[in-house]
Design a protein around this ligand. Structure first.
Ligand code: HEM
Length: 122
């Protein structure tokens, strides 16, 4: 059987580390940090855990996503294209730091972009 993207991300432990780093980068990224700094610690922790689940489930892991849909989550935020790009940049930066092979980075990049219309200007 061929390896899933979940496997190539290092399974749940790889995805957990990746998401932890992505959230750290968001909190330092001046384009999007106000969005996350507006949340209390509990909400940040909750979002981080749901993102871990979302990626694991979406890449073929043995996990069910129990969070809200992308449209439901981001509706009312009026997320801009610049904010979307900043979030994708942080994802790519975290993947680069963790030295994932380029094809794996590109797959995540493609999946991220495929979600743009479910996140931006809602
Ligand atoms: C590929 C891009 C993105 C993905 C996959 C994604 C995924 C998620 C997930 C899974 C959650 C948690 C859902 C839940 O609580 O049930 C979430 C929450 C959140 N997202 Fe996104 N997101 C993306 C882009 C963005 C962007 C561009 C922004 C704006 C800067 C953003 C802002 C937020 C905020 C503020 C929350 C917390 C919402 C709350 O606590 O009510 N996200 N996102």
């Amino acid at each position: 059987m061929s390896e899933t993207l979940y496997d190539r991300l290092g399974g749940q432990s790889g995805i957990d580390k990746l998401c932890n780093r992505i959230v750290e980068l968001h909190l330092e990224n001046e384009v999007v940090s106000p969005r996350y700094r507006a949340l209390d610690q509990e909400a940040i922790d909750h979002a981080r855990e749901k993102v871990k689940e979302f990626i694991a489930a979406g890449t073929g892991g043995p996990v069910e996503y129990t969070g809200r849909s992308m449209i439901e989550t981001h509706t009312g935020m009026n997320v801009s294209a610049a904010e979307f790009l900043a979030v994708v940049d942080d994802i790519m930066q975290a993947m680069k730091e963790m030295e994932y092979p380029e094809p794996v980075c590109n797959e995540i990049l493609g999946i991220s972009y495929s979600l743009k219309n479910e996140i931006v200007h809602l």
